[in-house]
Structures are given as structure tokens and as C-alpha cells.
Design a protein around this ligand. Structure first.
Ligand code: URA
Length: 261
């Protein structure tokens, strides 16, 4: 990154207002390579210099990427009058301007949501043309039937006539009626409507993976974890369904879905 004014950098990459930044600079709370810098007009390069504000590193990447394990009752929006949003759950020190959820999960669904301030990656991920696969761990009301896999692979038609792209599903080898389903598109309530069209009912839905990026099972519901831009590129890759299923089965007890179901 080219050199930029210290005060401008702080206003872009910390949650502080311009007035707060002035005060922090004046009080010696901003260090550049270990030395207090009080002049906001000083030119700095966050790629080559270590800049801290109140002891916290000011990130060098232009954008942030967080994985969140969304709990039930929280909505995927930036603000809402009635409900808590995923942005409300981001700890104060991780808040940045322009943070938004890239994609949606229903209020009663849980699991992986990417939060970012990077419109470009979000567009690449959500564009209908990119078909980034999304993987959901679902609990069914009735037993899984072997016929589901072929019906979904052929592309199921929903009760309102909506045609779905081919999808993959497999039962999970754990007690209860659990399955893992992979979709390459994101229509409204799609997983629930697909299973309804198969004559079953989704009791709970937990997104475990987007592209090649899996939700860390140890991340608690409501937890938020920063990942690097290079890792985020994995979003645009594909996770093998059978490999993912084996991983989920082996770590099933640690998946927080068990608390929320
Ligand atoms: N499909 C659904 O039905 N709900 C979600 O939250 C995501 C996919």
C-alpha cells in the first residue's frame, strides 16, 4: 500500500471518530514502530510499519473478513429495529465501518456467515453465476430416504413451480435424522422448501461450510473470528461432500448445533 496519512488510516481501520483519533494521537496512544506519534498528518505505510492504537494492531489489509457462528433469533442485516443483527454481535474492538453480512441465513437458522467490508469478494461469492457451494447440516423431522439424493441431483421443482439447480445430499452417520446438503444457489428458504417438496421437514438448519471454508466447530454460537484475505479465497473453492461429512461426523459432539437444537 502507498503511504497514507496516519489520521486517515486510523479513521478507516479503527472504530474511532476523527475527534477521538485526535485525542488518542495527542495522548500518545498511537505508536508507529514502537514510538508514540502525535502528528496525524505524518505519512505511514501499514504494509511495512507496525502501527498500534491503544495497544491494538491497526490492520494492514484494506478489508476485514470475519467468520461468525450465527445463533438463532439473530438476523443477517446491518441494522434492525426489533431484532439483534449479526453486526450487533461483533465485539466493539472488531467493529469497522461498512461491515455487512455477505449472504443470508434465516433468523431461525444457525451457522456460518461471512462478515466483511469488501464488496468485491461478496459480489464474487454471491453472484448467481459463481455457484459457490454452501453446505448445511440439517435435522429432519422424519427419517432420511435414499431416493432424496437422485431427486435432488436431477434438480427438484418446488411447490410453487420454482426449478432448483442440481443439489447433493447425504445422510449423516450419527444418531437422529441428520443430513448434509450442498446447494449451488441461494433461493428464499431454499433448503426448507426442497425438503418440504421431498415430503420431509427441516427442524433445524446449521450452515457448516461455504466453498472451501468450513466453520471451525470450536467457534461458539455468537462467536466471531477474523480470517485473512488469502484464506477468504477458499470461499470460492469446493469442499468434497463426503470428506466434509466424515469431518462433521468425527467432530459432531463439538458442533454447537447440539446446544441450539
Ligand atoms: N435455506 C433455508 O431454507 N434457510 C436458510 O437459512 C438457508 C438456506
Amino acid at each position: 500500500m502507498a503511504q497514507t496519512r496516519l489520521d486517515k488510516l486510523l479513521s478507516e481501520r479503527t472504530p474511532h471518530s476523527r475527534a477521538e483519533i485526535k485525542k488518542l494521537l495527542k495522548n500518545g496512544a498511537v505508536l508507529v514502530d514502537g514510538t508514540a506519534e502525535r502528528d496525524g498528518s505524518r505519512k505511514v505505510d501499514p504494509d511495512t510499519q507496525t502501527i498500534t492504537c491503544q495497544g491494538k494492531a491497526v490492520r494492514s489489509s484494506a478489508h476485514v473478513y470475519y467468520l461468525m457462528n450465527k445463533p438463532e433469533g439473530v438476523i443477517c442485516a446491518t441494522e434492525d429495529r426489533e431484532h439483534r443483527t449479526v453486526i450487533d454481535l461483533v465485539p466493539q474492538e472488531m467493529q469497522v465501518k461498512g461491515l455487512f453480512p455477505a449472504g443470508r441465513l434465516d433468523a431461525d437458522s444457525t451457522g456460518l456467515v461471512l462478515l466483511t467490508d469488501d464488496g468485491e469478494i461478496s459480489h464474487r461469492m454471491l453472484s448467481p453465476k459463481s455457484h459457490v457451494p454452501k453446505y448445511y447440516l440439517i435435522r429432519l423431522a422424519r427419517p432420511y430416504e435414499d431416493s432424496y439424493a437422485q431427486t435432488l441431483a436431477d434438480g427438484i421443482t418446488l411447490s410453487d413451480g420454482t426449478a432448483c439447480l442440481p443439489a447433493q445430499i447425504m445422510p449423516l452417520d450419527v444418531p437422529g435424522h441428520y443430513a448434509l446438503i450442498c446447494l449451488h444457489e441461494g433461493k428464499y428458504h431454499q433448503v426448507k422448501r426442497m425438503l418440504a417438496a421431498l415430503g420431509n421437514h427441516v427442524e433445524h438448519l446449521h450452515r457448516v461450510c461455504i466453498g472451501g471454508m468450513i466453520l471451525p466447530p470450536e467457534l461458539p454460537l455468537g462467536g466471531c473470528l477474523e480470517v485473512l484475505h488469502n484464506d477468504v479465497e477458499r470461499l470460492l473453492k469446493v469442499y468434497d461432500l463426503a470428506v466434509l461429512s466424515a469431518q462433521i461426523v468425527s467432530e459432531f459432539p463439538s458442533y454447537s448445533i447440539n446446544d441450539s437444537l
